[in-house]
Design a protein around this ligand. Structure first.
Ligand SMILES: *Cc1c(COP(=O)(O)O)cnc(C)c1O
Length: 364
């Protein structure tokens, strides 16, 4: 053993995270570019001040009021009501999904997803000592339904992770495919990660609609993206009550601080105002996709607040060229592609100007 006594399989591994660079236009981590509105900020501040008067006590371990508020919000985005006992929350949906792996993964079990997909998934599996199995998506980033089913039947995963809309491609999964995979998974759980669910295009349903049909379905959501609350760290899921009960076994005591609960509850009271911004971002997304295509680029259809575009012989040079012009985007996805988060109209204009400039330079 060497010092520090890091697990063998963690030696030499770099911690996950996009570069946090202080540049004028930051379009690299799919944040909401609009800060919470002033009345929401005031409400959060008052709620936190109230919570501060009892910070000598541990918070409500069951975060009952927050679960009720989240259930109410989800019921409005679903064809069927969602009950408070179907809701679980943690410090970001990353923690929610790690808890799922801690509860349902482990030695001798596997977790499965389809690449290109969210790069944190294999890390949860590794940290929960769970084997990682990865299938492929098609050229257009959709799933080959028959092949996906075969892979699930062959590996019998304890957890299937399906981001929809997918990161980094923006692709939403049809509900028939989610249902089919829930059936194929048997007693394994199927997690549909809807971190970007609120940005889906009209007519694209949420997997929440399927909850009454599949007891092994988990729909994960977050307040980090549509709710403009990435700094508060609040993620949550909807699933059968047995699944929420199982997670309780692995959660740390009082994992959701009183400050976090108060913040999230106050923000949820402003859901309509916060979600009004989502409509603006969706329109900006569609306009960005059209504009990129008009430049002769290939762009994946997006139901999220970002667009994956390409392809570039040297994507690193394009990424660097944009950065040199004060615009930070993300070098991610299959080779040759880049991902841009949707910002304000001013930020998107800066991105477009910089990209035109870089492409001109590259062509010369
Ligand atoms: C951003 C993102 C999340 C949300 O993470 P939080 O921990 O809730 O901030 C979850 N899943 C995917 C695929 C994401 O891109």
């Amino acid at each position: 053993m060497t010092f520090p006594p890091l697990r063998e399989e963690l030696r030499g591994i770099q911690p996950y995270g996009a570069p946090q660079l202080d540049v004028p236009v930051q379009l690299n981590v799919n944040e909401n570019p609009y800060p919470p509105p002033a009345d929401c900020v005031a409400d959060i501040a008052a709620a936190v001040a109230e919570a501060a008067t009892t910070l000598n006590r541990y918070p409500d371990r069951e975060f009952t009021a927050l679960r009720e508020a989240l259930a109410g919000y989800l019921s409005g985005d679903s064809t069927h009501p969602v009950a408070a006992e179907q809701v679980w929350a943690a410090n970001g949906s990353n923690e929610v999904m790690l808890q799922l792996l801690q509860a349902f993964g482990g030695p001798g079990r596997c977790a499965l997803s389809f690449a290109p997909t969210y790069s944190m998934y294999p890390e949860y599996a590794r940290d929960a000592m769970t084997e990682w199995v990865v299938g492929r998506r098609e050229e257009d980033f959709s799933l080959d339904a028959a092949a996906a089913r075969e892979l699930v039947l062959a590996h019998r995963p304890a957890v299937v992770l399906l981001p929809s809309p997918n990161n980094p491609t923006g692709t939403a999964l049809p509900p028939e495919e989610v249902s089919m995979l829930c059936e194929a998974a048997g007693d394994g759980v199927v997690v549909v990660d809807e971190a970007y669910g609120e940005f889906r295009r009209p007519g694209v349903p949420s997997a929440l609609d399927l909850l009454p049909r599949h007891r092994n379905l988990v729909v994960s959501r977050t307040m980090s993206k549509a709710f403009a609350l990435a700094g508060a760290r609040l993620g949550y899921l909807a699933a059968a009550p047995e699944i929420c009960d199982a997670i309780r076994v692995v959660r740390l005591p009082y994992h959701l601080s009183a400050v976090t609960q108060a913040t999230a509850l106050a923000a949820l009271r402003h859901a309509p105002a916060l979600l009004a911004r989502v409509a603006d971002l969706r329109a900006e997304r569609d306009a960005t996709v059209d504009w990129l295509r008009a430049q002769g680029l290939v762009v994946a259809d997006s139901d999220a607040n970002f667009a994956l575009f390409g392809t570039f012989a040297d994507r690193r040079a394009v990424w660097q060229g944009l950065l040199d012009r004060g615009v930070l985007i993300r070098e991610t996805g299959p080779d040759g592609w880049l991902r841009v988060s949707i910002g304000t109209p001013a930020e998107m204009n800066a991105f477009k100007d910089a990209l035109v400039d870089v492409m001109k330079e590259q062509a010369a």
